[in-house]
Design a protein around this ligand. Structure first.
Ligand code: ADP
Ligand code: MG
Length: 297
């Protein structure tokens, strides 16, 4: 009698974000720009992911759609229970106010200059009718989590760029959103300060179980997130995951994967394309569970 080895799968957590075959087409007077072309992305509850990719690859388009600021053209996009494709305008307003938080690259878009850090964090709670005492307590707790307890009464102009962005993270978390989105939040900061901002995003995610998606060009970001996904031409092309190694305590190493989307499409790394001079037709051979791709002569 043969025994079949039982595959152990970790219990699958519910995906907070589920994008399938997502398209966004911008129509201008005379031309159409396809910003997203069949993007698939699932993000689990509490996951922190970084989105990287060249300028114009569709990163901001994806974030704006997830933020409820823009509508996709086709496909499927669920955030929690919400279907962002078919949601009414009214529900979108509720969604933006309660369920999603946003950190922009430019501080002036995140914080009001004439309010202290504490009052900036309390403001989104006032907009949804929270009691004064509750607002103050939550704002103070968030600032403490981000290492800013002693700066609560300062105005944005009295804070460094990194501190301002950490206050912005607190603002984004004020109404306990399911999802926090950040579009190049460290784009205007130096490397050391950027690391503090990523540490801040990580600690609020760990403390409150918030799912975080951050678009970034920061080269060291993989150390601060669970997963890095790369977008190319409006589609996911590669994923980098940190895996524990057996070389030593606490050692982790990066593993890179090429992604195949739900429709079976894959984007080969640019280096492979160049090396094999793949253009137009290729020959795909399957040898057992291996697949070989080579140029057609
Ligand atoms: P990224 O953030 O990765 O730099 P974007 O999502 O901003 O890329 O842009 C993706 C593509 O969509 C680009 O070609 C850009 O020019 C185009 N695009 C973005 N927003 C608009 C818009 N509002 N109208 C027309 N085209 C747009
Ligand atoms: Mg962008």
């Amino acid at each position: 009698m043969t025994t079949t080895p039982v595959q152990q799968h970790p219990p699958t957590k519910a995906a907070v974000v589920d994008c399938q075959d997502l398209f966004k087409i911008y129509k201008r007077a005379d031309l159409e720009v396809v910003a997203l072309r069949g993007l698939d992305l699932q993000v689990q509850a509490g996951e922190v992911i970084a989105v990287v990719g060249a300028s114009g690859s569709g990163k901001t388009t994806l974030l704006n759609i997830l933020a409820g600021l823009d509508r996709p053209s086709a496909g499927r996009i669920l955030v929690g229970e919400r279907d962002l494709l078919t949601m009414t305008e009214r529900d979108l307003v509720t969604y933006r106010r309660w369920e999603v938080g946003f950190v922009w690259q430019t501080v002036s878009r995140n914080l009001l200059p004439y309010l202290t850090a504490l009052d900036n964090v309390a403001l989104p709670m006032a907009l949804v009718g929270k009691e004064d005492a509750e607002r103050k307590a939550r704002a103070a707790e968030l600032l403490a989590t981000l290492g800013l307890a002693d700066k609560a009464h300062r105005y944005p102009s009295q804070l460094s760029g990194g501190e301002q962005q950490r206050v912005s993270i607190a603002v984004a978390l004020a109404n306990r959103p399911l999802l926090v989105l950040a579009d190049e939040p460290t784009g205007e900061l130096d490397t050391h300060t950027a690391a503090e901002v990523f540490t801040g995003l990580r600690s609020v995610s760990e403390k409150y179980g918030t799912t975080v998606i951050v678009v970034t060009h920061y080269p060291g970001v993989a150390r601060y997130v669970d997963r890095v996904v790369q977008i190319r031409d409006g589609r996911l092309s590669m994923e980098i995951v940190m895996r524990p190694t057996f070389r030593g305590e606490g050692q982790r190493e990066l593993e890179e994967y090429v992604l195949v989307d739900a429709a079976g499409r894959l984007q080969l790394p640019e280096e492979q394309l160049r090396r094999l001079r793949l253009q137009g037709r290729v020959i795909v051979e399957t040898q057992g569970d291996k697949m070989v791709i080579r140029p057609a002569e």
